[in-house]
Design a protein around this ligand. Sequence first.
Ligand code: ATP
Length: 231
Amino acid sequence: MPDPILSVTGLSKRYATGFQALKNVDLQIERGEIFALLGPNGAGKTTLISIVCGIVNASEGKVTVDGHDIGADYRAARSLIGLVPQELTTEAFETVFNTVSFSRGLFGKPANPAHIEKVLRDLSLWDKKDNAIRTLSGGMKRRLLIAKALSHEPRLLFLDEPTAGVDVTLRQEMWALVRRLRESGVTIILTTHYIDEAEEMADRIGVISKGEIILVEGKAELMRKLGKKQL
Ligand code: ATP
């Protein structure tokens, strides 16, 4: 993989409690792929995403996004990343349009109502643009999280357990949406507890356990090794 969009080398994290959440993680993500990071509760998935996004400091190691070091060149690296967390923390009375527009502004990008409109249309939220967030359904709130993450035109999108706690219909909707995003040229990394989700979505799957990436495989090989089950 000569020119990965994301390169993680020798990444370790020891929290102030002394707990070592990541141990010497190496990971390269290819442009345009969907990569699933599969692991049980506490494996270190959120810690890894948080370090890559510059939210948490690494104890050791290096992260570059399109060649930009997240520590040394934070603004350039972070502006290439969209982060879709599990839950909305936004102001419940704010409107959909303003929320997404505000997210873009946080990255220092000039206002671009046409781009916000495109994102909201692509996510079937345009007819809700003037609605307060608290009035949205669960599925719409999930799509709004993605709209916020796409507001500044990132090249790499992290989805942290995009289908945790959702019903079957919404799960299928999220899967279709992730595929459309990839078709639009965005590289996707998603975390999940579910092997079937990783198999359905990903080109390659990394298995993380107790802070170590223990396997990175194409999905066919992994399915042969592990069988279908929830980790
Ligand atoms: P989940 O699937 O439950 O979200 P995860 O794979 O994302 O789990 P992390 O949230 O990265 O796992 O947590 C990895 C380990 O690090 C856990 O044991 C957790 O308790 C610990 N941890 C996370 N944040 C901190 C912190 N700020 N201080 C100390 N320990 C932490």
